[in-house]
Design a binder for this molecule. Structure first.
Ligand SMILES: Cc1ncc(COP(=O)(O)O)c(C=O)c1O
Length: 391
């Protein structure tokens, strides 16, 4: 117990101490931190709709009708009309025969992998997959083989090597858009591989859903292979502006999860207002306004990434609204983050274990509602600060 203080001091000396910062007025493009206005460049509210009137009204109206809380887990008495309606909508959105809500993306990845896979199965997992996938693989107790990031040849080699002793199910699991690098998984080629080796493909599209594809259906739509993906995991708390997560998948997989997934079974369901807000978010995503927001997001992404690249920074192959800037060491990364905040730009330094040692970075995330002039100014400040401290 008493060693905790020492542990914190050690983290501090290593430049690895984490602490919380209050954003005083929600998730708009400009917010107040410590009483000062700053540009918010680290929110996953990519479309800028977390405070949108239609989401807020849907949440308030469902809360008035059904109450603030759901009262129980889904299998007891906590399945309300908003949960059922959203699941039907999500299945239609992703083109599957079923969908199931989870209370967060973290819970979803834990619960999907633990619920659908077991010790006889093999999971092939990208090296840079989100922590919740890594933890889900552990909970599943499946044999888990990590393949180098997006390396199709290495993955195929692993599949080939495993073939002679195959017993149970095989799953290839990948982020659609990688959360700390902003690059996309080669989903079409992964579909080819999983079909060739009779495996399933699960895509965690936490950062693609709502943002990518002509109608916002995500990375699969963008790469023209949505209907070849078996298990579509996505979150409702990023581009969709609310909270929670889902799996869209064949009905039979959903029914297994309802019976086996511990994260689903043993947890009070989302408050009824939350699915109602997600429904309004999907309406928005599929509307002309949603298309316009996606275009603005892409314009803003291209502007910020272009200015930083022109200034000589390494953006680690990002092609999306997640724009990382490689800074390598933790102390330097946190010095830059602090200086930028003082100068009015709020973004986060990312350190191990979120990213590998020596690959610390600033993680800038662009929103559709940012003004180009503010992003141009932020790019200048980032270039100056990185030049001073990490050049
Ligand atoms: C790829 C990915 N999957 C899952 C999650 C977890 O989602 P949630 O924040 O809803 O728990 C995140 C982010 O937090 C993520 O980046």
């Amino acid at each position: 117990m008493h060693n905790w203080q020492k542990e914190l001091e050690l983290l501090s000396r290593q430049g690895m101490l984490r602490s919380l910062r209050v954003v005083e007025d929600g998730q708009g493009p400009k917010v107040h931190v410590d009483g000062r206005e700053v540009l918010l460049l680290c929110s996953n509210n990519y479309l800028g709709i977390a405070g949108h009137r239609s989401l807020v009204e849907a949440m308030v109206s469902a809360t008035r009708q059904f109450g603030a809380g759901s009262g129980a887990s889904r299998l007891i008495s906590g399945t309300l009309p908003t949960h059922a309606a959203l699941e039907e909508r999500l299945a239609a959105f992703k083109g599957t025969t079923g969908a199931l809500l989870f209370n967060s993306g973290y819970a979803a990845n834990n619960g999907i992998l633990q619920g659908l896979f077991g010790p006889d199965d093999v999971i092939f997992s990208d090296q840079l997959n989100h922590a919740s996938i890594i933890d889900g693989c552990r909970l599943a107790q499946a044999r888990t083989l990590i393949y180098p990031h997006c390396d199709l040849a290495a993955l195929e080699e692993l599949l080939e090597k495993e073939r002679p002793q195959r017993k149970g199910r095989w799953l290839i699991v990948t982020d659609g858009v990688f959360s700390m690098d902003g690059d996309m998984a080669p989903l079409r080629e992964l579909c080819d591989l999983k079909e060739r080796y009779d495996a399933l493909l699960m895509v965690d599209d936490a950062h693609g859903t709502g943002v990518l594809g002509a109608t916002g259906r995500g990375t699969g739509e963008h790469l023209d292979c949505l209907d070849r993906i078996d298990l579509h995991m996505g979150t409702l708390g990023k581009a969709l502006g609310g909270a929670g997560a889902y799996l869209a998948a064949p009905r039979v997989a959903i029914d297994i999860l309802i019976n086996r997934s511990r994260a689903f079974i043993f947890s009070t369901s989302l408050p009824p207002g939350v699915p109602a807000a997600a429904m309004a978010a999907l309406d928005l995503v599929e509307s002309a306004e949603g298309r316009d927001l996606r275009q603005k997001l892409e314009r803003n992404r291209a502007l910020l990434a272009g200015l930083l690249t022109d200034g000589g920074l390494d953006l680690l192959g990002s092609t999306t609204q997640i724009v990382p800037v490689l800074t390598r060491e933790p102390e330097v990364t946190m010095t830059i983050t602090r200086q930028l905040l003082e100068d009015g730009v709020f973004l986060q330094g990312i350190r191990p274990p979120t990213v590998p040692q020596g690959l610390c970075r600033l993680r800038a995330t662009v929103m559709a509602t940012h003004e180009p002039v503010d992003l141009a100014q932020a790019a200048k400040q980032i270039l100056t600060s990185v030049g001073e401290h990490a050049g």
